[in-house]
Design a protein around this ligand. Sequence first.
Ligand code: PLP
Length: 458
Amino acid sequence: MNYDAFFLGQLDGLRREGRYRVFADLERARGAFPKAVFHGPDGVKDVTVWCSNDYLGMGQHPKVLSAMHAALDSAGAGAGGTRNISGTSHHHVLLERELADLHHKESALLFTSGYVSNWATLGTLAAGMPNCIVISDEGNHASMIEGVRHSRVEKRIFAHNDPRDLERCLADLDPDRPKIVMFESVYSMDGDIAPIAELCDVADKYGAMTYLDEVHAVGMYGPRGGGIAEREGLSHRLTVIEGTLAKAYGVLGGYIAASEALCDYVRSFSSGFIFTTALPPALAAGACAAVSHLKSSSEERARHQDRVARLRAGLDRLRIPHLDNPSHIVPVMVRDPVRCKEISDRLMDECGVYIQPINYPTVPRGAERLRITPSPLHSDDDIDHLLASLDAIWTALDAPREAAVDARHPLAQLCPVAGPLRMDPADVGVDSCPWVGERASEAGLQHAAPASDETASA
Ligand code: PLP
């Protein structure tokens, strides 16, 4: 086989579809977020970043930076080993305590990323409990899907955010069989929010464990930043709460918070925890400072919501089509990969605005979008400039103007061609789509490109 010819052929296919990914070469400017320097083909220019998952700007917060500087100066660069073999620093221990307290749980366990925490924890729990079955929301993230796939246990998929369909999946199962019901709180592409209490009611009725991914909510919701579960007084109802330190907390790493026994079990049996070097102590110290700060300060959360509301009102005024949802994620719907890239390029080239286009497999085909993430640090002028830029480009392209669309039933609304729950395997090729990834794997597409929420994790 001519290996490179194969790879190049596959890449050409992506280019033909308009979804070949070009990474923006950025230099974030410390203290100036959301401003950054863009290194483009025509040289260097200043841009405003509108698609970062440093949701609250904590990646540049003085407390976080000074904690990281201090830890770097006192403890050095790397952890020096796995957690078991010399790599546990006091900064890891303090951070785990902080996270357990954040979620009102007995214990917490750190991983090198949110992806790894989902993959390792779900893989370990599902594989370890005899005859376990997993019941998964069809919108779940690739890291959760991959963890369960790795465990090779049976899995059922329930319709997105639908407690009644969850019940359908659970009702005929042996009551004694171990069961994990897994879902997210804020879904990162549509920004819709799970009915956590109702899903927990159903899980409790059938004796299932509950696993909640709060990656897009920790730091941002709840009186102390404990996520949607904390905001709704439900933390105690989740068996496991999983989160990241890389988005609202601005650093890197992932974690679970749960009972002492469960965390100790994962710590002791999970290869994704055991066989990898621990996070650098300085990262743990920075994340700890961010978590601790956001436990006591709600200023960032309030300002964040204010920025989101202002942007949405402007989009409504201009009738730039976007999904209406109850979170901080503002998806502007373009529904065409080539046009989505064109708008993104024009925003960058003509307006100094950076928003990465989001294509399949991060979202279904026909649901291409600009995923906008306002932060507390975007000024009124930044918002006005973004709106004026979008308005001008919409006019230049004669793009459709529409009222906001309700995000609550995204599958039904965004896949008019494919139909809500149908994916054509021939169309999918070797990819799996994380957004409808559960359906793709159901169709026997095990040969998954490790699709992920690119805007969040790439
Ligand atoms: N879970 C969800 C829902 C995500 O969207 C992501 C990444 O974007 C992850 C987990 C992985 O988190 P991390 O970026 O910390 O690896």
